[in-house]
Design a protein around this ligand. Sequence first.
Ligand code: GLY
Length: 366
Amino acid sequence: MNARVIEVGGAAPYRIQIGPGLLEDGTALASMLRGRHALIVSDDQVAPLYVQRVHQALANARPGARIATHVFPAGEASKTLENFSAVIEALAAHGATRDACVYALGGGVVGDLAGFAAACWMRGIDCVQLPTSLLAMVDSSVGGKTAVDIPQGKNLVGAFHPPRAVFADTTALRTLPPRELHAGFAEVIKYGAIVDAGFLDWLEANTDKLLANDDALLTDAIARSCAHKAAIVERDPFEHGERALLNFGHTFAHAIETEQAAFFGYGSGVNHGEAVAIGMVLAAKLSSALGMADVADGERLRSLLQAFGLPVEMPVGLDLLALLAHMRLDKKAQGSGLRFILWDRAGAARIVAGVDEAVVLATLQA
Ligand code: GLY
């Protein structure tokens, strides 16, 4: 099967390729390497499966290349300034020049951390994203957001650094644990929720086949998601406006993740996709509480998320006032008060500023 291609335009255009076997396509991978230095960054769950394959493919296609590997422990807890420094030190030890390329091989954590290091080394070198999780394929590998977490919040330190290319090898999804596959569907469903009600119909009709790893349908779902993301980030690369729609459910999600981390460390409790699922249900409820959307729309979204094996209830034991405090520090918050991405109906999201904290609290309590 030929790879599906989605072009992302703008000041730094690049191509997203989606299809089986891309991690072994040395010619395509090496075509992105301007100089001689390549650093493959991965985590200790993905590396044993794919690093050797990518290394070999690159070496075969570019015999003169100097290829090194940097592997760090898997999980959100690794998205730290310390691990960022370690990638920078790996680039320095490798003697990476300005025409070097970082190959970010893994899920969202790898893409964010390796991408941020690429953004900073010598003020920015190329980064090729090789997403191996569904979540990374449909969201984090596209659009150039890179970051690490600090105890005060997720993704608070980072940079916009568009990738040089994205290669989403769909065969990697076959080894993805079911929980990770489900988490990725939260971001897929998000595109339906914010801009494409017909996509929600399609996801409802194809839930079982998608969860059974039907290659063709998964490729369709990834391509449709990436096309939506590409169109939005092309128009608004730095999130001055509509890109914020991609954060539907994320203000609640990041607050949940930050609060969990305060007690148990990042990576504990619900994962990012699961937090987004819960956050989208809360965003729909908040929309109804503010008189924007029909309750039935929220119920339908909730059912779809549940059908994809995602949680839809707030984890027990979280301090709701602490969640509100995290939301005030969210990057979507502004001086004028809390700012959320809410919807008028399925497929029609918009940015709503100055949301009354009392209504938010009541939504969290409900
Ligand atoms: N994940 C949201 C964005 O890339 O803007």
